[in-house]
Design a binder for this molecule. Structure first.
Ligand code: SF4
Length: 694
């Protein structure tokens, strides 16, 4: 037990790790944070938390944090500490030079799902108003962009349909491609409680996750499918529902287009989608598919929760739409206990998407080519905006390699570690003439940077985060920024130096602008959030109390749209050289690439990444538990220790991606979702051989 003493005051704020959005009381002595206490009135967590939010905040004062701006004219030179003025002016003059030499579209930027709504909004505003193009993207590109596309197409808006409270009324929870016990622990606890009360569980996942173990064996169905076959399995569930007449005709006739449904029903009823046929490609026994479909359709309130095991595939968007079809055809939408719920990984990935971080959309998911919303922003910002969509992150990197994209402003994102095909990312960054990185630490991407702007932590700024249930919550400054400025102030300085001055004295004024320009946020203000605690968007005159559940009386798009979801096998195939399929995930005590969790004092954070391999596959390769192995794909190789387990099926291996030494993304491919370019992290053909170590 460490004696930390009594606090002098406390500040309520929001966890900056995952999309659950737990509220905490930061207990302070002067400027020193002594304890994070889960806040009992937090509406997303109700006094609960996991180890990350409660204990992993030491990175804020870690010795490796960079506190002074730095510049260098070449990535081969050492860094030189400079004043803020010099760093900002250098970055701005380089961006101006590049645009003068190579054209307006030769620069762009990336917003961060780690930063606040207000900061994200400012970065996309800077790109659109100061750079004069739409080359802005966000890390949702590599996680939940298929959610945006898929739910946008089917329901008309890009967000989960329910609040977390809804799980308390679910009778059947279908979890696909997610392991909330590790990645969204506080939500997982609520789900486990519901399972203990008798709710049934269906898990569609290549791996037997903790969630499968948490339910009574007779109450849990595990569809251990081969990575890459989500669309086949979900469409087969629909096949059973349609061919056995288990669909909800009244709901479909009232809420959807009946002719579209009939066309879709004809498609899913085809024999190629039968459990017997799908069993051959997915490896899931036909009877298990049949049982799961019947349970989902007839078991009462049925909810779907999904994660990156759905989206990070070449058919990520198709799977999201297949899931949306399933909920619509059974009428499991628009009331408590049901719905389609993407479990967002990062604290503010929902908010980053809401704030217009995509190259084709303004805040509130309005296409940049639409005159009405674009003109609204033009009038408010006093500039004329380009109506052509800009470049996505992978397109920016491609254009950099081709020599037409030369400068980038990256706030709070380590694309060299987190994006696929590391060689291509480094080639793109190396080809640029001005890379500006704004971050807490000299991350991997900063190896290619010319300007480093020290970022601030969530403890050092005011703002808001939006969690996975669309809940907007306050982030409150508990200490002064160690680097001197909040991230939002740094963006303001850069924009001013670029010749486009934005005037805000406090982030609350940025939220006022967001509310003015974004119909779903129209009634949101800091005053209201401070009074009420939080609110779920849409929050406007039509829904002054916010919207815990969406699509209650009708879909945002009008009629719900059934979309044909043909299964197409990924181009990433196994073969004699690469006979195993690798998929990836997380552990509870680490967060993403570990930039924060690895920089805390507690030794439990430092567990290494291991490769889970089935006993049969291990024996064939002469690999024993704990041995070093070499993991090779067509793209690259890395070295890990083996962990022999039957959590994975024969033919499937699994690892996490928390440690930079492991470099899991060195071996992932450059295949991506057909609609959004979200990388296919979850399917890589690999070989495993014994090794002597790294
Ligand atoms: Fe933070 Fe998520 Fe853990 Fe809550 S569940 S404390 S939001 S990491």
């Amino acid at each position: 037990v460490i004696e930390v003493g009594a606090p002098e005051h406390s500040v309520v704020t929001t966890c900056a790790y995952c999309g659950v959005g737990c509220a905490f009381k930061a207990e302070m002595r002067g400027e020193e944070l002594i304890r994070m206490v889960p806040y009992k009135d937090g509406e997303a967590n109700r006094g609960h938390s996991c180890v990350k939010g409660r204990f992993a905040w030491g990175y804020a004062t870690h010795r490796e944090r960079i506190l002074n701006p730095m510049i260098r004219s070449s990535i081969h030179e050492p860094w030189r500490e400079v004043s803020w003025d010099e760093a900002i002016n250098y970055a701005a003059s380089e961006f101006k030079r590049i645009q003068g030499q190579y054209g307006k579209n030769s620069v762009g930027g990336i917003t961060s799902s780690r930063c606040t709504n207000e900061e994200t909004f400012l970065v996309q505003k800077l790109i659109r108003a100061a750079f004069g193009n739409n080359n802005v993207d966000t890390c949702a590109r590599v996680c939940h962009s298929p959610t945006g596309y898929g739910l946008g197409q089917t329901y008309g808006t890009s967000a989960g349909t329910q609040n977390f409270d809804s799980v308390e009324e679910t009778d059947v929870a279908l979890i696909i491609g997610a392991n909330p016990a590790s990645a969204h622990p506080v939500f997982a606890s609520r789900l486990k409680k519901r399972l203990r009360q008798g709710a049934k569980l269906i898990v569609i996942d290549p791996r037997r996750t903790e969630m499968v173990k948490s339910a009574h064996i007779e109450a849990a169905q595990h569809l251990a499918l081969l990575p890459g076959t989500n669309v086949a399995v979900v469409t087969s569930l629909a096949h059973v529902i349609v061919t056995e007449g288990l669909y909800n005709e009244a709901f479909i006739r009232e809420r959807c287009n009946w002719e579209e449904f009939q066309h879709w029903a004809e498609f899913v009823a085809d024999q190629r989608h039968s459990p017997e046929e799908v069993s051959k490609v997915s490896g899931v026994p036909a009877q298990t598919i049949r049982d799961a479909a019947r349970l989902y359709a007839t078991g009462g309130n049925a909810s779907i929760y999904y994660g990156l095991g759905v989206t990070e595939h070449s058919q990520g968007s198709t799977t999201v739409m297949a899931i949306a079809n399933l909920a619509m055809c059974t009428g499991n939408l628009g009331r408590p206990g049901v719905g389609v719920n993407p479990l967002r990984g990062q604290n503010n990935v929902q908010g980053a998407c809401d704030m217009g971080s995509f190259p084709h959309e303004l805040a509130g998911y309005r296409h940049i080519s639409l005159d009405e919303p674009r003109q609204l922003f033009e009038m408010d910002w006093g500039v004329s905006l380009d109506k052509e969509p800009g470049l996505r992150i992978p397109n920016m990197l491609d254009a950099a390699v081709d020599g037409t994209f030369k400068g980038i402003y990256i706030q709070g994102e380590d694309i060299l570690q987190s994006d696929p095909d590391t060689k291509h990312v480094s080639a793109g960054l190396e080809a640029m003439e001005c890379v500006v990185v704004q971050d807490l630490f000299l991350n991997e991407t900063a190896r290619f940077a010319h300007v480093f702007l020290p970022g601030s932590t969530f403890l050092e700024k005011d703002g808001t985060f939006t969690n996975a249930e669309r809940r907007i919550q306050r982030v409150r400054k508990v200490m002064s920024p160690k680097n001197g400025y909040g991230d939002w102030e740094i963006t303001l300085m850069l924009s001013k130096a670029l010749g486009y001055e934005m005037q805000y004295d406090h982030p609350s004024q940025i939220m006022d602008e967001i509310a003015r320009l974004t119909p779903g946020f129209a009634n949101v203000s800091y005053e209201m959030l401070d009074e009420r605690g939080s609110v779920q968007w849409p929050c406007n005159d039509k829904a002054p109390e916010g919207s815990p559940i969406m699509h209650v009386n009708g879909f945002v798009r009008g009629k719900g749209k059934f979309i044909i979801t043909e299964y197409v096998a990924t181009d990433e195939r196994t073969g004699p050289r690469f006979p195993l399929l690798l998929t990836t995930g997380r552990i509870l005590s680490q967060y993403n690439v570990g930039a924060q969790t690895r920089r805390t004092e507690n030794s439990m954070w430092h567990a290494e990444d291991v490769l889970e391999i089935h006993p049969h596959d291990a024996e064939q390769r002469g690999v024993r538990d704990g041995d070093w192995i070499k993991l090779r794909s067509r793209a690259g190789e890395t070295t890990l220790r083996a962990q022999i387990t039957d959590r994975v099926s024969p033919g499937v291996v699994y690892t996490t991606f928390h440690h930079p030494d492991t470099q899991a993304n060195v071996i992932t491919t450059d295949f991506s979702d057909w609609a959004t370019n979200c990388p296919e992290y979850k399917v890589t053909a690999v070989q495993v051989t014994p090794s002597n170590g790294p």
